[in-house]
Design a protein around this ligand. Structure first.
Ligand code: DNO
Length: 395
Protein backbone atom coordinates (compact mmCIF):
# COMPACT_ATOMS: atom_id res chain seq x y z
CA UNK A 1 0.00 0.00 0.00
CA UNK A 2 1.23 3.47 -0.74
CA UNK A 3 0.98 5.29 2.60
CA UNK A 4 -0.61 8.59 1.71
CA UNK A 5 -1.96 11.65 3.50
CA UNK A 6 -4.46 14.18 2.27
CA UNK A 7 -3.22 17.74 1.94
CA UNK A 8 -5.42 20.75 1.20
CA UNK A 9 -2.71 22.69 -0.58
CA UNK A 10 -0.45 25.60 0.39
CA UNK A 11 -3.09 27.06 2.74
CA UNK A 12 -3.58 23.86 4.68
CA UNK A 13 -2.58 24.41 8.32
CA UNK A 14 -1.10 20.91 8.12
CA UNK A 15 2.15 21.45 6.24
CA UNK A 16 4.04 19.09 3.99
CA UNK A 17 6.67 18.78 6.71
CA UNK A 18 3.97 17.78 9.19
CA UNK A 19 2.83 15.17 6.72
CA UNK A 20 6.30 13.81 6.19
CA UNK A 21 6.74 13.56 9.96
CA UNK A 22 3.85 11.08 10.04
CA UNK A 23 6.07 8.94 7.83
CA UNK A 24 3.59 9.08 4.96
CA UNK A 25 5.36 9.02 1.61
CA UNK A 26 2.67 10.24 -0.73
CA UNK A 27 0.25 13.09 -0.74
CA UNK A 28 -3.27 13.18 -2.03
CA UNK A 29 -4.40 16.61 -3.08
CA UNK A 30 -6.43 18.68 -5.48
CA UNK A 31 -6.39 22.17 -6.94
CA UNK A 32 -9.06 23.32 -4.53
CA UNK A 33 -8.77 26.93 -5.66
CA UNK A 34 -10.23 26.14 -9.09
CA UNK A 35 -14.01 26.53 -9.18
CA UNK A 36 -16.07 23.41 -9.87
CA UNK A 37 -16.45 22.73 -13.56
CA UNK A 38 -13.47 24.73 -14.79
CA UNK A 39 -10.70 23.11 -16.74
CA UNK A 40 -7.40 22.52 -14.94
CA UNK A 41 -4.58 23.65 -17.16
CA UNK A 42 -1.50 21.48 -17.49
CA UNK A 43 0.66 24.29 -16.14
CA UNK A 44 -1.48 24.75 -13.05
CA UNK A 45 -0.97 21.12 -12.14
CA UNK A 46 2.72 21.53 -12.85
CA UNK A 47 2.86 24.60 -10.64
CA UNK A 48 1.51 22.57 -7.70
CA UNK A 49 4.04 19.83 -8.39
CA UNK A 50 6.81 22.43 -8.45
CA UNK A 51 5.57 23.79 -5.13
CA UNK A 52 5.80 20.31 -3.63
CA UNK A 53 9.22 19.68 -5.16
CA UNK A 54 10.58 22.99 -3.94
CA UNK A 55 9.26 22.30 -0.46
CA UNK A 56 10.76 18.82 -0.64
CA UNK A 57 14.20 20.07 -1.53
CA UNK A 58 14.32 22.92 0.96
CA UNK A 59 13.20 20.63 3.79
CA UNK A 60 15.04 17.56 2.68
CA UNK A 61 11.91 15.49 2.40
CA UNK A 62 10.53 13.55 -0.51
CA UNK A 63 6.79 13.53 -0.86
CA UNK A 64 5.15 12.55 -4.10
CA UNK A 65 1.66 13.47 -5.29
CA UNK A 66 0.09 10.13 -6.22
CA UNK A 67 -3.67 10.74 -6.30
CA UNK A 68 -5.86 13.67 -7.27
CA UNK A 69 -8.74 13.82 -4.84
CA UNK A 70 -10.97 15.01 -6.30
CA UNK A 71 -11.86 16.51 -9.59
CA UNK A 72 -15.29 17.57 -8.43
CA UNK A 73 -18.23 16.88 -10.71
CA UNK A 74 -20.42 19.95 -11.22
CA UNK A 75 -24.12 19.63 -10.34
CA UNK A 76 -25.05 20.48 -13.93
CA UNK A 77 -23.27 17.30 -15.04
CA UNK A 78 -25.13 15.29 -12.43
CA UNK A 79 -28.37 16.84 -13.65
CA UNK A 80 -27.35 16.85 -17.33
CA UNK A 81 -28.71 20.34 -17.75
CA UNK A 82 -27.57 23.83 -18.81
CA UNK A 83 -23.92 23.81 -19.90
CA UNK A 84 -23.17 20.17 -18.98
CA UNK A 85 -21.63 19.36 -22.36
CA UNK A 86 -19.04 22.09 -21.94
CA UNK A 87 -18.44 20.97 -18.36
CA UNK A 88 -17.83 17.37 -19.47
CA UNK A 89 -15.43 18.57 -22.11
CA UNK A 90 -13.56 20.54 -19.41
CA UNK A 91 -13.52 17.43 -17.25
CA UNK A 92 -11.93 15.38 -20.02
CA UNK A 93 -9.28 18.03 -20.61
CA UNK A 94 -8.58 18.10 -16.90
CA UNK A 95 -8.00 14.33 -16.85
CA UNK A 96 -5.59 14.63 -19.78
CA UNK A 97 -3.75 17.58 -18.22
CA UNK A 98 -3.31 15.73 -14.95
CA UNK A 99 -1.96 12.71 -16.84
CA UNK A 100 0.53 14.90 -18.71
CA UNK A 101 2.00 15.61 -15.31
CA UNK A 102 2.32 11.90 -14.59
CA UNK A 103 -0.39 11.56 -11.97
CA UNK A 104 -2.44 8.53 -12.81
CA UNK A 105 -5.12 8.09 -10.18
CA UNK A 106 -8.12 10.37 -9.87
CA UNK A 107 -10.85 10.17 -7.25
CA UNK A 108 -14.30 11.65 -7.80
CA UNK A 109 -17.82 11.30 -6.52
CA UNK A 110 -21.36 11.78 -7.74
CA UNK A 111 -23.12 13.01 -4.60
CA UNK A 112 -25.86 15.53 -5.39
CA UNK A 113 -25.77 19.04 -3.86
CA UNK A 114 -23.41 18.39 -0.97
CA UNK A 115 -20.36 16.17 -0.80
CA UNK A 116 -19.89 14.19 2.41
CA UNK A 117 -22.33 15.09 5.18
CA UNK A 118 -22.16 15.24 8.96
CA UNK A 119 -24.42 16.93 11.49
CA UNK A 120 -21.84 17.53 14.21
CA UNK A 121 -18.14 18.27 13.97
CA UNK A 122 -17.18 18.12 17.66
CA UNK A 123 -18.79 15.03 19.14
CA UNK A 124 -17.02 14.37 22.44
CA UNK A 125 -15.76 10.83 22.90
CA UNK A 126 -15.20 9.18 26.29
CA UNK A 127 -11.47 9.80 25.69
CA UNK A 128 -12.16 13.56 25.26
CA UNK A 129 -11.09 13.37 21.64
CA UNK A 130 -13.55 15.02 19.25
CA UNK A 131 -15.16 13.12 16.40
CA UNK A 132 -17.42 13.80 13.46
CA UNK A 133 -20.94 12.50 13.78
CA UNK A 134 -23.98 11.95 11.63
CA UNK A 135 -27.25 12.01 13.53
CA UNK A 136 -30.17 10.86 11.42
CA UNK A 137 -32.74 12.70 13.53
CA UNK A 138 -30.84 15.93 13.00
CA UNK A 139 -31.20 15.53 9.26
CA UNK A 140 -34.95 15.40 9.82
CA UNK A 141 -34.68 18.47 12.06
CA UNK A 142 -32.70 20.25 9.35
CA UNK A 143 -35.34 19.48 6.74
CA UNK A 144 -38.31 20.25 8.97
CA UNK A 145 -37.16 23.30 10.93
CA UNK A 146 -34.35 24.83 8.92
CA UNK A 147 -35.43 24.22 5.34
CA UNK A 148 -39.08 23.99 6.37
CA UNK A 149 -39.82 21.28 3.83
CA UNK A 150 -43.37 20.04 3.71
CA UNK A 151 -42.98 16.54 2.30
CA UNK A 152 -41.20 14.75 5.14
CA UNK A 153 -43.90 12.09 5.49
CA UNK A 154 -42.84 10.74 2.11
CA UNK A 155 -39.50 9.56 3.43
CA UNK A 156 -39.67 9.36 7.21
CA UNK A 157 -41.95 7.39 9.49
CA UNK A 158 -44.21 9.36 11.81
CA UNK A 159 -42.24 7.94 14.72
CA UNK A 160 -38.99 9.30 13.29
CA UNK A 161 -40.55 12.71 12.76
CA UNK A 162 -41.91 12.70 16.30
CA UNK A 163 -38.54 11.74 17.76
CA UNK A 164 -36.89 14.48 15.73
CA UNK A 165 -39.33 17.01 17.15
CA UNK A 166 -38.54 15.88 20.68
CA UNK A 167 -34.81 16.20 20.03
CA UNK A 168 -35.28 19.60 18.39
CA UNK A 169 -36.88 20.96 21.54
CA UNK A 170 -33.87 19.87 23.54
CA UNK A 171 -31.28 21.40 21.23
CA UNK A 172 -29.59 24.61 22.27
CA UNK A 173 -29.18 27.44 19.71
CA UNK A 174 -25.47 26.65 19.57
CA UNK A 175 -26.17 22.99 18.68
CA UNK A 176 -28.59 24.10 16.00
CA UNK A 177 -26.09 26.49 14.49
CA UNK A 178 -23.40 23.86 14.50
CA UNK A 179 -25.74 21.46 12.80
CA UNK A 180 -26.63 23.98 10.08
CA UNK A 181 -22.99 24.84 9.56
CA UNK A 182 -21.97 21.16 9.32
CA UNK A 183 -24.60 20.26 6.75
CA UNK A 184 -24.50 23.36 4.59
CA UNK A 185 -20.83 23.51 3.86
CA UNK A 186 -18.73 23.34 7.00
CA UNK A 187 -16.77 20.40 5.71
CA UNK A 188 -13.74 20.54 3.46
CA UNK A 189 -14.56 19.47 -0.10
CA UNK A 190 -17.84 21.36 -0.08
CA UNK A 191 -18.32 23.36 -3.21
CA UNK A 192 -19.79 26.25 -1.41
CA UNK A 193 -21.28 27.30 1.87
CA UNK A 194 -24.93 27.37 0.95
CA UNK A 195 -27.46 29.81 2.32
CA UNK A 196 -30.86 28.31 3.13
CA UNK A 197 -32.27 29.87 -0.03
CA UNK A 198 -29.51 28.44 -2.21
CA UNK A 199 -29.85 25.04 -0.61
CA UNK A 200 -33.57 25.01 -1.34
CA UNK A 201 -32.90 26.10 -4.90
CA UNK A 202 -30.61 23.10 -5.37
CA UNK A 203 -33.26 20.80 -3.92
CA UNK A 204 -35.71 22.25 -6.40
CA UNK A 205 -33.33 21.46 -9.27
CA UNK A 206 -33.24 17.81 -8.18
CA UNK A 207 -36.97 17.64 -7.46
CA UNK A 208 -37.95 15.43 -10.36
CA UNK A 209 -34.73 13.46 -10.57
CA UNK A 210 -35.37 9.85 -9.70
CA UNK A 211 -32.82 7.25 -8.71
CA UNK A 212 -32.75 5.77 -12.20
CA UNK A 213 -32.34 9.21 -13.82
CA UNK A 214 -29.30 9.99 -11.72
CA UNK A 215 -27.88 6.53 -12.41
CA UNK A 216 -28.23 7.02 -16.13
CA UNK A 217 -26.64 10.44 -15.90
CA UNK A 218 -23.68 8.89 -14.13
CA UNK A 219 -23.49 6.05 -16.65
CA UNK A 220 -23.46 8.54 -19.53
CA UNK A 221 -20.79 10.60 -17.81
CA UNK A 222 -18.67 7.48 -17.26
CA UNK A 223 -19.00 6.50 -20.91
CA UNK A 224 -17.67 9.90 -21.88
CA UNK A 225 -14.77 10.23 -19.49
CA UNK A 226 -13.42 6.68 -19.21
CA UNK A 227 -12.16 6.45 -22.81
CA UNK A 228 -10.13 9.62 -22.16
CA UNK A 229 -8.81 8.18 -18.91
CA UNK A 230 -7.85 4.98 -20.76
CA UNK A 231 -6.04 6.87 -23.49
CA UNK A 232 -4.06 8.72 -20.85
CA UNK A 233 -3.32 5.73 -18.61
CA UNK A 234 -5.40 7.20 -15.79
CA UNK A 235 -7.36 5.16 -13.28
CA UNK A 236 -10.56 6.81 -12.14
CA UNK A 237 -11.83 5.87 -8.69
CA UNK A 238 -15.41 6.72 -7.80
CA UNK A 239 -15.92 7.37 -4.10
CA UNK A 240 -19.03 6.03 -2.37
CA UNK A 241 -21.74 8.33 -1.11
CA UNK A 242 -21.00 9.44 2.40
CA UNK A 243 -23.26 8.47 4.06
CA UNK A 244 -24.57 5.91 1.56
CA UNK A 245 -28.26 6.74 1.86
CA UNK A 246 -30.51 9.24 0.07
CA UNK A 247 -30.53 12.63 1.78
CA UNK A 248 -33.14 15.43 1.78
CA UNK A 249 -35.34 13.40 -0.58
CA UNK A 250 -32.64 13.38 -3.26
CA UNK A 251 -31.37 10.01 -4.48
CA UNK A 252 -27.82 8.79 -3.98
CA UNK A 253 -26.58 6.15 -6.33
CA UNK A 254 -23.07 5.14 -5.31
CA UNK A 255 -24.06 3.53 -2.05
CA UNK A 256 -24.34 -0.23 -2.33
CA UNK A 257 -22.88 -3.32 -3.95
CA UNK A 258 -25.68 -3.21 -6.50
CA UNK A 259 -24.89 0.43 -7.33
CA UNK A 260 -21.23 -0.36 -7.88
CA UNK A 261 -22.13 -3.30 -10.09
CA UNK A 262 -24.13 -0.96 -12.30
CA UNK A 263 -21.38 1.65 -12.35
CA UNK A 264 -18.50 -0.69 -13.03
CA UNK A 265 -20.50 -2.52 -15.70
CA UNK A 266 -21.34 0.76 -17.42
CA UNK A 267 -17.99 0.72 -19.12
CA UNK A 268 -15.67 -2.22 -18.77
CA UNK A 269 -12.19 -0.86 -18.29
CA UNK A 270 -9.39 -0.85 -15.74
CA UNK A 271 -9.81 2.91 -15.77
CA UNK A 272 -13.36 2.60 -14.48
CA UNK A 273 -12.65 1.80 -10.85
CA UNK A 274 -13.60 2.58 -7.30
CA UNK A 275 -12.31 4.28 -4.20
CA UNK A 276 -12.89 1.73 -1.49
CA UNK A 277 -13.85 3.89 1.49
CA UNK A 278 -14.38 1.54 4.42
CA UNK A 279 -16.00 4.15 6.66
CA UNK A 280 -18.47 5.45 4.10
CA UNK A 281 -19.62 2.01 3.06
CA UNK A 282 -19.88 0.73 6.63
CA UNK A 283 -22.13 3.54 7.76
CA UNK A 284 -25.03 1.76 6.06
CA UNK A 285 -25.56 -1.43 8.05
CA UNK A 286 -26.92 -3.19 4.99
CA UNK A 287 -23.52 -2.99 3.33
CA UNK A 288 -21.13 -5.84 3.91
CA UNK A 289 -17.79 -4.14 3.35
CA UNK A 290 -15.83 -7.39 3.02
CA UNK A 291 -18.22 -8.68 0.40
CA UNK A 292 -17.99 -5.40 -1.51
CA UNK A 293 -14.21 -5.55 -1.34
CA UNK A 294 -14.09 -9.11 -2.64
CA UNK A 295 -16.58 -8.50 -5.37
CA UNK A 296 -14.72 -5.53 -6.85
CA UNK A 297 -11.17 -6.09 -5.66
CA UNK A 298 -9.66 -5.85 -9.12
CA UNK A 299 -11.40 -2.51 -9.64
CA UNK A 300 -10.12 -0.86 -6.49
CA UNK A 301 -7.82 1.98 -7.49
CA UNK A 302 -7.67 3.86 -4.21
CA UNK A 303 -8.41 3.05 -0.57
CA UNK A 304 -9.67 5.20 2.32
CA UNK A 305 -9.32 3.59 5.71
CA UNK A 306 -11.43 5.00 8.49
CA UNK A 307 -13.90 3.43 10.83
CA UNK A 308 -17.38 4.15 12.16
CA UNK A 309 -19.60 3.09 15.00
CA UNK A 310 -23.21 2.86 13.96
CA UNK A 311 -25.53 3.97 16.77
CA UNK A 312 -28.62 2.35 18.32
CA UNK A 313 -31.07 3.68 15.73
CA UNK A 314 -28.91 1.91 13.08
CA UNK A 315 -28.89 5.06 10.93
CA UNK A 316 -26.74 7.47 12.91
CA UNK A 317 -23.03 6.98 13.39
CA UNK A 318 -19.91 8.61 14.67
CA UNK A 319 -16.38 8.21 13.43
CA UNK A 320 -14.65 5.84 15.80
CA UNK A 321 -11.00 5.11 16.37
CA UNK A 322 -9.50 3.27 13.44
CA UNK A 323 -9.28 0.07 15.47
CA UNK A 324 -12.47 0.27 17.54
CA UNK A 325 -15.24 0.62 15.01
CA UNK A 326 -17.61 -1.69 13.21
CA UNK A 327 -15.10 -2.65 10.53
CA UNK A 328 -12.54 -5.24 11.52
CA UNK A 329 -9.43 -3.65 10.07
CA UNK A 330 -7.25 -6.69 10.69
CA UNK A 331 -9.61 -8.74 8.53
CA UNK A 332 -9.88 -6.03 5.88
CA UNK A 333 -6.17 -5.32 5.69
CA UNK A 334 -5.47 -9.03 5.28
CA UNK A 335 -7.77 -8.92 2.27
CA UNK A 336 -6.03 -5.85 0.85
CA UNK A 337 -2.58 -7.36 1.30
CA UNK A 338 -3.75 -10.54 -0.41
CA UNK A 339 -5.07 -8.51 -3.33
CA UNK A 340 -1.78 -6.65 -3.60
CA UNK A 341 0.08 -9.96 -3.73
CA UNK A 342 -2.19 -11.09 -6.54
CA UNK A 343 -1.50 -7.85 -8.41
CA UNK A 344 2.24 -8.08 -7.93
CA UNK A 345 2.20 -11.05 -10.33
CA UNK A 346 1.20 -8.52 -13.03
CA UNK A 347 3.78 -6.01 -11.82
CA UNK A 348 1.11 -3.56 -10.79
CA UNK A 349 1.94 -0.83 -8.35
CA UNK A 350 0.76 -0.86 -4.76
CA UNK A 351 -2.65 0.57 -4.11
CA UNK A 352 -2.62 4.15 -2.79
CA UNK A 353 -4.18 4.26 0.68
CA UNK A 354 -4.82 7.12 3.03
CA UNK A 355 -6.11 7.17 6.60
CA UNK A 356 -9.35 9.00 6.05
CA UNK A 357 -10.11 11.46 8.86
CA UNK A 358 -8.94 11.34 12.41
CA UNK A 359 -10.17 12.66 15.72
CA UNK A 360 -9.34 16.15 16.85
CA UNK A 361 -6.83 15.49 19.63
CA UNK A 362 -4.33 17.20 21.92
CA UNK A 363 -2.97 20.51 20.61
CA UNK A 364 -5.18 20.34 17.55
CA UNK A 365 -8.15 21.10 19.82
CA UNK A 366 -6.70 24.56 20.45
CA UNK A 367 -6.09 25.46 16.83
CA UNK A 368 -8.77 27.58 15.30
CA UNK A 369 -7.83 26.89 11.72
CA UNK A 370 -8.30 23.35 10.62
CA UNK A 371 -10.35 21.26 8.30
CA UNK A 372 -12.76 19.06 10.29
CA UNK A 373 -11.63 15.46 10.09
CA UNK A 374 -8.27 16.49 8.69
CA UNK A 375 -6.24 17.47 11.74
CA UNK A 376 -2.68 16.15 11.80
CA UNK A 377 -2.52 14.32 15.10
CA UNK A 378 -5.68 12.24 14.78
CA UNK A 379 -4.73 11.13 11.30
CA UNK A 380 -1.20 10.39 12.43
CA UNK A 381 -2.68 8.15 15.11
CA UNK A 382 -4.89 6.41 12.54
CA UNK A 383 -2.07 5.92 10.08
CA UNK A 384 0.19 4.54 12.80
CA UNK A 385 -2.38 2.01 13.89
CA UNK A 386 -3.00 0.96 10.33
CA UNK A 387 0.70 0.63 9.62
CA UNK A 388 1.05 -1.66 12.62
CA UNK A 389 -1.57 -3.98 11.19
CA UNK A 390 -0.11 -3.81 7.70
CA UNK A 391 3.33 -4.72 8.94
CA UNK A 392 2.03 -7.61 11.04
CA UNK A 393 -0.11 -8.93 8.21
CA UNK A 394 2.58 -8.60 5.55
CA UNK A 395 5.06 -10.67 7.52
C1 DNO B 1 -14.26 13.08 3.04
C2 DNO B 1 -13.84 12.60 1.78
C3 DNO B 1 -14.61 13.20 0.63
C4 DNO B 1 -14.09 12.63 -0.63
C5 DNO B 1 -14.76 13.05 -1.85
C6 DNO B 1 -14.28 12.19 -2.97
O1 DNO B 1 -13.47 13.21 3.86
O2 DNO B 1 -13.69 11.24 1.76
O3 DNO B 1 -14.39 14.56 0.62
O4 DNO B 1 -12.80 13.07 -0.78
O5 DNO B 1 -16.08 12.94 -1.70
O6 DNO B 1 -14.64 12.71 -4.18
Amino acid sequence: MQNSFRWYGPNDPVSLSDIRQTNAEYIVTSLHQIPYGEKWKKDEVKKRINFINKYNSSNNINLKWNVVESIPVHNNIKLRNHNYKKLISNYKDTIANIAKNNIRTICYNFMPIVDWTRTQLDFKLPTEGLALRFNYLQVIIFERFVLQLRDLEKRYSSREIKNAEILYKKMKPRDLNNMKFSIMGGLPASETKYSIREFKKMLEAYKNVKNIDLKENLRDFIREIIPIAEENGVKMAIHPDDPPIPLFGVPRIVSTLKDYKYILNSYDSESNGMTFCAGSLASNINNNVYKIFNKFKNKINFIHLRNVKVEKDKKSFYESNHLNGDVDFVKLIKMIVKEEKRRSAFKKIDIPMRPDHGHCLLDDQNKNTFNPGYTAIGRLMGLSELRGIIKAVQN
